[in-house]
Design a protein around this ligand. Structure first.
Ligand code: FMN
Length: 265
């Protein structure tokens, strides 16, 4: 499936993690069908996929020890699944999963990436993963409660969720005055990406023929790979690049680099 960039670009701006859902607003069959369709069709890499689960969603979030945000009343969840023998699985799952998150946002739904601290065995069984696959992260999906509860507001403040590092601190390489037109909106979209605990581990090396995404920050991973966060930023970068008329191709690179978005000349 081609990236529906003009539909997903505005969703980047709109998306916010939401954790409390309205139990009185179930998902309509056509909305579920649309979610299921994007899960089945947005599969840019052979070893990463997404699976919508509509039963027992609360059971994967309930009583999560160590999770910093509780999820309540989710009518469904989506599992982001990868084949763990693939060395690129983290960035591929991040990129793929964020496509599903942006489509859910475009459908008017709320989501929240949850990595590390959900009930992985229950999620794996409900999502029917195959041998060699693992659920790397999940998201609840549904209609959020209209106003944020005090617990949600506390959480948002705790993770300083709306703060983002300035582009000037994230970008290196070509000086700004030499950037082609597509670069600034693409970095702006990439820096708005969600990341675990809002740690924003990415950096961007701007070159004449593209942008390399790399892991900028040192320090522990805390259960969620920084490369997964970088995969999310990669999708945002490409969505905005496409919307600016710039097509490219990802080339994966060894750590601490993640991948280069190489423009087609
Ligand atoms: C890979 C990943 C894992 C996350 N894990 C959790 C989690 O376990 N619990 C939680 O409440 N939020 C989790 N989040 C949500 C982040 O805290 C949130 O995206 C970040 O604070 C930025 O806020 P925003 O999504 O509203 O822009 C995770 C986000 C990502 C990308």
């Amino acid at each position: 499936m081609d990236i529906p960039f003009s539909r997903w670009h505005p969703a980047i701006e709109k998306r916010r993690s939401r954790r409390y859902f309205d139990p009185n607003l179930p998902l309509a069959p056509e909305t579920l069908a649309a979610l299921d369709k994007v899960c089945n069709q947005f599969v840019p890499f052979p070893h990463a996929r997404s699976r919508l689960v509509t039963e027992s969603a609360d059971s994967v979030f309930k009583g999560i020890i160590g999770s910093y945000g509780r999820i309540k009343n989710a009518p469904a969840f989506i599992a982001f699944i990868g084949n763990i023998s693939d060395p690129l699985v983290q960035e591929e799952v991040g990129y793929t999963g964020e496509g599903i998150i942006l489509e859910a946002t475009a459908l008017g739904l709320s989501t929240c990436w949850v990595g590390g601290f959900f009930r992985a065995e229950i999620a794996a069984s409900l999502a029917e993963v195959s041998h060699g696959e693992r659920v790397l992260a999940i998201t609840p999906v549904g209609y959020a409660q209209q106003s944020e509860s005090w617990e949600e507001r506390l959480m948002t403040g705790f993770a300083r969720s709306h703060n983002r590092v300035a582009i000037s601190k994230l970008a290196r390489g070509l000086p700004r005055e030499k950037w082609p037109d597509w670069v600034n909106p693409s970095l702006e979209a990439a820096r708005r990406a969600p990341s675990a605990a809002n740690r924003q581990p990415w950096g961007f090396d701007v070159q004449a023929d593209g942008i390399t995404v790399f892991v900028r920050t040192a320090g522990p991973e805390f259960n969620v790979s920084k490369r997964l966060d970088c995969g999310i930023a990669m999708l945002h970068l490409e969505v905005a690049a496409l919307d600016s008329g710039c097509k490219g191709k990802w080339e994966f690179l060894p750590s601490p680099q993640v991948a280069k978005f190489k423009t087609r000349s």
